[in-house]
Design a binder for this molecule. Structure first.
Ligand code: FAD
Length: 295
């Protein structure tokens, strides 16, 4: 299916802070390649409890210096109001205008340390609005298959709406491979009274074991037919990646056709798997220049 130019959704790409000079160089190349797709922004993850705070900040500032709109993820669990105020001030001073605001998870080994002053992301969103007004465009997280700690799907929707109403501009979802879950979640949020854009989070598939580990941790389902097919490739990485590109492209097509307002790619700091999907999705776009779809 070829998507008409007019319905091309907004695209954004997520990175994690690199830990080595080689990783920094690789991310520089990855961001330059993906920038050709004219993303709305690049976002950079954050380790709860401040574990990658400097890495997030340095990566965001480097992306900004390269001329891109960059959005740090900011989690509140394990942080005090004063610590968050300092980070917000630093971002504001630097001219950062967008944040992904999260509760986060306490890292293992955090032991008996306090979870901090903020229990949930809605409290962080309220705090950011109280401290900085409308300076930041705030993205929050959404869970089409329910956050693993929520008591029920209905409670999770109600909690999401509370977070949206606290002042979020838009949301990015957890990864999912079941488009029905996404569309139903959006419907339920609309019925519960929030109309903020909810952008699907897209994770390219490049490694079976990693995919299962990651989706189990975050409570997302990989349908059994997909698991069986992926497992059948064994060490044939090329065939696994080709199948993954095919499946994820179809998912993106369905999401766009169903009205998803954008696509947020979890790139894992690699450009090739995401580019394979984008190229399959929009063969009429080359190097970021839109050309008319041939009749
Ligand atoms: P919340 O919205 O606070 O929800 C957490 C749980 O509490 C849910 O079960 C919810 O139903 C419930 N809840 C919410 N509000 C209330 C309330 N007022 N009363 C009672 N219950 C409530 N983690 C990181 O550490 N770093 C990252 O950079 C990062 N980036 C992410 C990006 C995206 C797009 C997504 C989807 C997730 C990301 N995460 C990241 C993971 C996220 O931190 C975890 O999923 C975390 O467990 C929940 O964060 P949250 O902001 O969704 O929390």
């Amino acid at each position: 299916m070829q998507v008409p130019v007019a319905s091309l959704p907004k695209i954004s790409f997520e990175f994690f802070p690199p830990k080595t000079p080689a990783g920094v160089g690789k991310l520089h190349a990855t961001s330059a390649t993906l920038a050709a797709w004219q993303p709305e922004f690049f976002s950079v993850t954050f380790g709860a409890g401040g574990s990658t705070q400097a890495g997030t900040r340095d990566t965001v500032f480097a992306l900004q210096a390269a001329g891109y709109e960059a959005a740090p993820h900011l989690s509140c669990i394990g942080s005090s109001a004063e610590q968050l105020r300092i980070i917000l001030d630093a971002y504001k001073t630097q001219g950062i205008r967008r944040l992904v605001a999260l509760r986060g998870d306490l890292p293992s080994g955090y032991g008996g340390k306090s979870a901090g002053q903020f229990r949930y992301a809605n409290e962080l969103v309220s705090f950011i609005r109280a401290e900085t007004g409308d300076w930041f465009n705030i993205e929050v997280a959404a869970y089409p298959e329910m956050h693993p700690q929520a008591p029920s799907p209905d409670d999770d929707v109600a909690n999401f709406v509370r977070k949206a109403n606290a002042g979020a501009n838009a949301a990015i979802t957890q990864v999912f491979y079941n488009t029905d879950a996404y569309f139903r979640f959006v419907d339920e949020v609309r019925k519960a009274g929030s109309d903020i854009p909810i952008v699907p989070g897209i994770l390219p598939i490049t490694n079976y074991a990693q995919l299962i580990r990651f989706t189990e941790t975050c409570g997302a389902e990989v349908p059994r037919w997909m698991q069986r097919k992926l497992a059948s490739f064994h060490d044939d990485t090329a065939s696994l990646c080709a199948f993954g590109t095919d499946v994820v492209t179809e998912i993106c097509d369905r999401l766009i056709a169903g009205g998803a307002p954008g696509l947020h790619f979890y790139t894992m700091n690699q450009s090739a798997p995401t580019l394979a999907i984008l190229n399959a999705l929009r063969p009429d776009i080359t190097h970021g220049s839109l050309v008319a779809v041939a009749a």
